[in-house]
Write a protein that binds this ligand. Structure first.
Ligand SMILES: Cc1cc2nc3c(=O)[nH]c(=O)nc-3n(C[C@H](O)[C@H](O)[C@H](O)COP(=O)(O)OP(=O)(O)OC[C@H]3O[C@@H](n4cnc5c(N)ncnc54)[C@H](O)[C@@H]3O)c2cc1C
Length: 378
């Protein structure tokens, strides 16, 4: 090995880009750090805006890599296929790469489906085309009443008020959206129906009240969480959903050189018990993953993550939203905002996520979250 230490980050989403930028700063007095980022995308994806793209209200959620990435991070446009932890090599679809330290940040998608979705740029683009081809008066089903389902339906109702939109979920709006009544009023205003039922992920057939009916003209699937199988395919420890298991320092037990961050990992123990798959957690986790690597390079014991939430935000279309303040453990506080003020706050948060990555690219080590170390919103 040369005097340079190579950190390979797999996955260039919110967690991976934050980790790559922070690691690129290195640590004074230790070996220089070379950072390689593996991601198949031609641009960084602002995933939290994909519902707007899928609905047709926004042209793109792509951001040029140069805007968010430290200039010394070497980007490889490639998909990792397997990780050989013993020999410290990653095999990708364009060759293989050696690592001294690996940050695993491959993100997530919805559960597999043959239906439309907004889980990544390609899926959101296909959804956008399908929606554009619908005749006025066509029925659209949004499967799932979580934040993504509610945001997709709202964006669609604003972009195409001529469509008949129904959100279908087993418990209606009951789970997991906070501010249920305010959100329900907004959906009613947008003429979006909410129905208790189950959507078949292959055919789109709807079963409700003991009866089945054929799929709508278009069905957008937003339910469930699925992560890439890269960790389990590589023989690394995973939970029942295939998420890479990491401890409170974000290190894989028994694999000190492999660190994980973002939706694709499960933080075991109390430090991670409240974390949900979110950009709000992915960004500080990415920063912490880099800090763990840099601490070990300096011979210092890495610290445990301490991530607390501030708010949950929903984009309810046309500049309106719902913002629920939460305790650090994500439990709702009594204060919530609705309407235009919440829509404005939500837009600032979306901008802030990209701004944090860009600032970390210019000044590695600068990310502290809005109110102190690793305190996210969103
Ligand atoms: C429509 C929508 C709205 C959302 N709104 C919000 C919100 O308001 N607030 C919030 O907190 N969260 C929101 N989320 C969730 C949020 O987007 C995710 O939690 C967040 O993107 C997770 O970040 P990540 O870095 O872990 O993964 P991702 O952002 O998913 O990035 C993972 C990256 O890894 C790459 N990758 C995957 N496999 C490989 C491989 N084998 N090799 C190399 N690269 C690979 C992918 O191409 C991708 O670029 C929303 C999600 C959606 C879909």
């Amino acid at each position: 090995m040369s005097g340079t230490v190579r950190v390979v980050v797999v996955g260039g989403g919110y967690a991976g880009v934050m980790a790559a930028n922070r690691a690129a700063g290195g640590t004074p007095g230790t070996a220089p750090v070379e950072v390689v980022l593996l991601d198949p995308g031609t641009q960084f994806t602002e995933r939290i805006r994909l519902h707007q793209v899928g609905a047709g209200g926004r042209n793109t959620a792509g951001v040029d890599w140069a805007e968010v990435l430290h200039p010394q991070v070497r980007r490889m446009q490639a998909r990792a296929l397997s990780i050989d932890s013993g020999n410290r090599r990653i095999r990708g679809d364009h060759g293989s790469v050696r690592f001294d330290w690996l940050v695993y940040a491959v993100g997530s998608g919805e559960q597999p489906t043959a239906l439309l979705s907004v889980t990544n740029r390609a899926a959101a683009g296909s959804t956008r085309e399908a929606i554009a081809g619908l005749a006025p008066g066509s029925a659209v089903t949004v499967a799932g009443a979580g934040p993504t389902g509610v945001e997709v339906a709202s964006a669609l109702a604003v972009a195409r008020p001529d469509l008949l939109i129904t959100i279908v979920a087993p418990s209606g709006l009951a789970h997991p959206v906070t501010g249920r009544h305010a959100v329900a009023r907004r959906l009613q205003h947008l003429k979006i129906s909410v129905e208790e039922g189950v959507v078949d992920p292959v055919t789109g057939t709807i079963t409700s009240g003991g009866h089945s009916r054929p799929s709508a003209a278009a069905t957008i699937w937003t339910a469930g969480l699925a992560v890439p199988s890269l960790a389990s395919d590589s023989g690394l420890p995973v939970d029942g959903d295939g998420r890479l298991l990491v401890d409170a320092t974000l290190t894989v037990p028994g694999h000190e050189r492999i660190i994980g961050a973002g939706d694709a990992v499960c933080v075991t123990g109390a430090a991670g018990a409240h974390l949900r798959a979110s950009c709000a957690a992915a960004i500080p986790m990415g920063a912490h993953a880099a800090d763990t690597v840099l601490a070990r390079l300096s011979g210092v014991a890495p610290s445990a993550i301490d991530i607390g939430y501030l708010a949950q935000c929903l984009d309810l279309g046309a500049g309106r939203g719902h913002l629920q303040l939460v305790h650090p453990d994500d439990a709702p506080r009594v204060v919530a905002l609705s309407g235009r003020s919440a829509g404005w706050a939500k837009e600032q948060i979306c901008r802030m996520t990209v701004a944090w990555l860009a600032r970390e690219a210019r000044r590695p080590g600068s990310f502290r979250g809005p109110t102190g170390p690793a305190v996210p919103v969103g």
